[in-house]
Design a binder for this molecule. Structure first.
Ligand SMILES: C[S@@+](CC[C@H](N)C(=O)[O-])C[C@H]1O[C@@H](n2cnc3c(N)ncnc32)[C@H](O)[C@@H]1O
Length: 322
């Protein structure tokens, strides 16, 4: 497979262009994930500085039995395990043997990548019915392609992807998941916790420059999606922790004056001029204290919340029962 092709709707195209033309230019982080972006993210998870993946994996590995027992005691056997933003579907490997769901559903905007990941997962867990489906969970008006099942549902949302949403959006998303539990089932969610600023800054500014490549690859993806003429060599990676907002911000900063053009509706080219030093904001990654995240889950409607974490309390895994 070379480049995946993802068609975008007219609305999505308009949203991207509005973002490029905004005073602070911005683009949604879901556009990181073409095939190359998904692969670059997988490399990020192997880097020394990027503690979230190893830490979350260790927590899941250590406590998978506890998590499954807690879920089953409250909700019965899991009929459907659904993972939004499933990506490489690696972390679910800790849950499948202990939860033994009848069905696993992987939802992602980058569905070609997820379909590849499912091929090897199916070989290792032949007893579980597995499906990959395209879904953009940031689109509030778009229903999730969930099956018409009867039993209890567990939504699995690892990787602190919830941090890409503002706290208000995160509340709306978790409330939506709560509604989709239909009073039975729950949400197992991994969240990156507030910690030392130097540790956070290092995680998003790795020495090999893989996070920079991941960030810059967004420009190639945008070129394919909207026909723009971004030249990655004119941009540089910028990532920093904003303590007051409790979030990492990622940007691409123009190294020089840059004019970006793309075809407009009437065939006329539209453009944005970026002054040297001006940025395109590409991602927020909000960090939470355990208490703040538990309060968010309670506000979303969940009745009972359990938490597992690592010894340094770098990363929290929360099981919120409907
Ligand atoms: C940071 S990766 C995490 C992958 C995996 N869940 C993990 O924990 O390692 C984020 C994944 O979410 C997907 N994604 C990003 N935005 C999305 C959206 N709005 N709707 C659905 N999937 C999305 C990406 O394609 C990517 O596979």
């Amino acid at each position: 497979m070379t480049e995946d092709r993802r068609d975008i709707s007219e609305d999505e195209r308009a949203q991207i262009i509005d973002g490029l033309l905004a005073a602070q230019a911005q683009v949604a982080p879901k556009y990181f994930y073409d095939l190359a972006g998904s692969r670059l993210f997988d490399v990020i998870t192997l880097l020394d500085e990027y503690y979230p993946t190893v830490t979350e994996r260790a927590v899941l590995q250590r406590y998978a039995r506890d998590i499954a027992a807690t879920f089953t005691a409250a909700a019965g056997r899991c009929a459907l395990l659904a993972e939004p933003g499933a990506g490489s579907c690696e972390k679910v490997r800790f849950l499948l043997p202990v939860l033994t769901p009848a069905q696993y559903l992987a939802l992602d905007v980058s569905v070609d990548f997820v379909a590849l990941a499912l091929q090897s997962l199916r070989r290792d867990f032949p007893q579980v019915r597995m499906t990959a489906a395209a879904a953009d969970i940031a689109q509030v008006a778009q229903p999730w392609p969930l099956p018409d099942d009867e039993g209890s549902r567990l939504f699995f949302y690892p990787g602190s992807s919830i941090g890409n949403f503002t706290p208000d959006e995160a509340l709306a998303l978790t409330a939506r998941i709560h509604a989709q539990c239909r009073g039975q089932g729950g949400l197992l969610i991994g969240v990156d916790l507030v910690k030392d600023t130097a540790v956070l800054n290092a995680a998003y500014n790795d020495a090999l420059g893989v996070t920079a490549a991941f960030n810059l690859n967004l420009l190639r993806h945008l070129n394919r999606l909207i026909g723009s003429d971004f030249r990655p060599q004119q941009w540089e990676h910028l990532a920093f922790y904003d303590e007051a907002a409790a979030r990492i911000e990622m940007h691409l900063r123009a190294r020089e004056t840059v004019t970006v053009r793309w075809p407009g509706e009437d065939g006329q080219a539209s453009e944005r001029v970026f002054a040297a030093g001006e940025t395109l904001h590409t991602e927020n990654s909000y960090k939470y204290t355990s208490e703040a995240f538990e309060a968010l889950l309670a506000n979303a409607g969940f009745a009972q919340i359990h938490r597992w974490t690592d010894a340094r309390e770098y990363f929290g895994v929360f099981l919120a029962l409907a």
